[in-house]
Design a protein around this ligand. Structure first.
Ligand code: SF4
Length: 362
């Protein structure tokens, strides 16, 4: 069953489109010092290799802003400058050619400064992401609502939106982040009813790789199931490449993106004759980095495996002495159980090479 996505405006970050009917974009943020352009670029390249489509970099001071031109020039994917308060940094980032700004117009200062930044963004065709965070809501809103509520987050976002709209600027993306899942989900749901702009989804301070992925999958997943969201960032206390893998895993689980393999494996049971956990992990490690969209199954028995994983493009059903290689539920070959992971990985590579050849034919 397909998810029906809410239609929003489309916003362009360089060549990457967010919103409308465009695929949901996976992004991440570097954790290098931005003033170290070489280290930041190396990390952006690693992120791009994992499929990351937009990279955000922190720009806390002028030294960081000064290395943006080199980063933008060398980056294989659009670069977003993350700026708080200082309009001079925003202007420097735009001058350096960044593809998107993350800045809250209500926090820049005087109306003249806001207009200067917004006009510079407009001239360069650069969108602005408004990022409201439950941890940094204004004092007035906290007094009005008592604590961060969905209404407070939405009101904060709309106040920034109004500033941009008053300047006739509409290339807007919005995020509303909190570490509390019900709060975040409720806030995004309310906001989605009120604005036509693409929404950037994330659960902030989600935690380390395992806990953070679970938390993000629940929060981001709930919103994606509602058809909400144009771009996602899974925030993890982990190398940012993990954020990209988690982002695609969430989208693939919902059938919203098809980059790279999607793995299916059974939980194993009393019928399983091999070390299925070790085997599935070895196969996932060997094939997880492939860019090809392919569904790969690793099943614990010959009797039920091919049928239970009939949706897989290619799969393995393990038997006592030998195992069955199957494609779309049909057995095509037997593989010896000795060196099974290596043999199956070779079969997947051969299957993908044949498919690529087939697809390249006119
Ligand atoms: Fe058990 Fe076979 Fe189902 Fe795996 S595929 S859970 S081994 S019955």
């Amino acid at each position: 069953m397909e998810i029906t996505r809410r239609l929003t405006d489309t916003v362009q970050a360089g060549p990457v489109s967010m919103g409308g009917r465009h695929p949901i974009v996976v992004q991440s943020m570097t954790n290098t010092r931005t003033e170290d352009a070489a280290a930041t670029l190396a990390q952006i390249r690693r992120l791009a290799e994992c499929g990351c489509e937009i990279a955000r970099v922190a720009v806390p001071h002028l030294e960081a802003a000064n290395s943006l031109a080199a980063i933008v020039k060398g980056s294989p994917i659009p670069v977003v400058a993350d700026i708080h308060f200082d309009h001079r940094l925003a202007l420097a980032a735009l001058e350096a050619g960044v593809h998107k700004l993350r800045i809250n117009p209500g926090n820049i200062g005087s109306a003249a400064r806001v207009a200067e930044v917004v006009n510079a963004a407009r001239q360069r065709g650069v969108p602005i992401r408004i990022g409201v965070n439950a941890g940094s809501l204004g004092r007035e809103l906290l007094r009005k609502y008592g604590h961060p509520t969905p209404e407070a987050l939405v009101e904060s976002a709309l106040s920034h939106v109004r500033i941009l709209q008053d300047l006739d600027f509409h290339a807007i993306v919005i995020s509303l982040k909190a570490s509390d899942i019900p709060l975040t989900v409720a806030a995004y749901r309310q906001l989605a009813e009120q604005v036509p702009y693409p929404l950037h989804l994330g659960i902030t301070e989600a935690g380390t790789a395992y806990a953070g992925t679970v938390t993000s999958a629940i929060g981001i997943g709930a919103l994606l199931l509602d058809g909400i969201g144009a771009t996602i960032r899974v925030s993890l206390t982990a190398p940012p490449e993990e954020e990209v893998r988690a982002g695609f895993a969430i989208l693939k689980a919902l059938g919203l993106r098809r980059r790279g393999p999607r793995f299916i494996s059974c939980p194993s049971c009393g019928r399983t004759a091999v070390d299925l956990i070790g085997l599935a992990n070895d196969i996932e490690t060997a094939l997880g980095g492939l860019p090809d969209p392919v569904v790969i199954a690793v099943m614990g028995c010959e009797v039920n495996g091919p049928g239970e994983a009939a949706e897989a493009d290619i799969g393995l059903a393990c038997g006592q002495k030998a195992s069955l290689l199957f494609q779309k539920g049909k057995v095509v070959k037997k593989l010896a159980n000795a060196n099974l992971a290596e043999a199956f990985v070779a079969e997947v590579h051969a299957f993908l090479a044949a498919r690529r050849l087939e697809e390249s034919r006119p």
